[in-house]
Write a protein that binds this ligand. Structure first.
Ligand code: NDP
Length: 269
């Protein structure tokens, strides 16, 4: 393998001739919600940099499709069907990663749902599901990986929040609540781990991104509200967020990218 230095970063090429940052080569990333949208784009992006990616979500056919794409581009991927609301399945995801690759370096707690509605509609089942996936799913990921990251004295936890974890909107109360929670959990965890060698915590906060996420909106009134909002701006693409995650994970050991807020230019709030 040939290596060279560009702007202080050691570079190399993969089997297909793609230039990669040597800092990520051979690392292992677990990505929840990897079957579509931002998780899928991040898996493909990191794999193209020589990261071995573990793809987790419930839709196995979609995971297999992402795996095939990664392999066709010279990368390496493993699919582990996982429901992040099941603590045992998240623990198994981490166990299978260590069994298959002997290590993990990055956990991207990305899986999420957004069944928005006004609170007066009382869609309590959706509130509960949103809390289960968006908060408990993240907590189960942290619980499963943290002992391993602490004992290996390295590891990067990336939690998916949202601009909705900073700013609230009518009809988004519960979703906002979950994303505020993810941001608070990430900040507190980062402070707790600051004295631990090699551990990093990053929180990602995108504005509107073109993905399947709004398909989870079942309330007819809010579907219309969301449609009107969507007509006002050009959404980001999943790759735009994958690029931010690549930035966060490719920094030197001394650098912790704490938070990344990425917005469509036209989304003023
Ligand atoms: P997608 O709907 O494309 O992706 C959501 C992913 O989460 C899917 O892979 C889905 O997989 C997975 N998922 C949902 N429920 C579960 C579950 N119980 N167990 C495991 N996986 C699950 O939308 P996005 O890519 O947009 O969403 C990714 C994250 O980004 C979410 O946390 C979302 O809140 C956040 N976000 C998105 C924004 C946007 O505008 N799109 C803006 C800000 C944040 P499967 O159904 O196969 O299980």
């Amino acid at each position: 393998m040939i290596f060279w230095v560009e702007w202080g970063v050691l570079k190399t090429k993969n089997k297909k001739g793609k230039i990669m940052s040597q800092r990520l080569l051979g690392k292992v990333a677990i990505i929840t919600g990897a079957s579509s949208g931002i998780g899928e784009a991040t898996a493909v992006r990191l794999a193209s940099e020589g990261v071995k990616v573990v793809l987790a979500a419930r839709r196995v056919d979609r995971l297999e499709k992402v795996k095939r794409q990664i392999e066709s581009e010279g990368g390496e991927a493993l699919c582990v069907p996982t429901d992040v609301t099941r603590r045992d399945q998240v623990e198994t995801l981490v166990q299978k990663t260590y069994q298959s690759f002997g290590r993990a370096d990055i956990l991207f707690n990305n899986a999420g749902i957004m069944p928005l509605s006004f609170m007066k509609k009382g869609r309590v089942d959706e509130w509960e599901k949103t809390i289960d996936v968006n908060i408990k799913g993240v907590l189960y990921g942290i619980a499963a990986i943290l002992p391993r990251f602490l004992s290996q004295k390295s590891g990067h936890i990336i939690n998916m929040s949202s601009v909705g974890g900073r700013r609230v909107y009518p009809g988004c109360a519960v979703y906002n609540g979950t994303k505020f929670a993810v941001r608070a959990i990430s900040q507190s965890l980062r402070m707790e781990l600051a004295s631990e060698p090699g551990l990093k915590v990053t929180v990602i906060e995108p504005g509107a991104v073109t993905t399947e996420l709004p398909e989870g909106i079942q309330d007819q009134e809010f579907k219309e509200t969301f449609k009107s909002f969507a007509a006002t701006l050009t959404f980001l693409e999943p790759n735009d967020i994958a690029e931010s995650i690549f930035y966060a994970v490719s920094q030197a050991d001394r650098v912790n990218v704490e938070e990344i807020l990425v917005m469509p230019r036209e989304q003023g709030n």
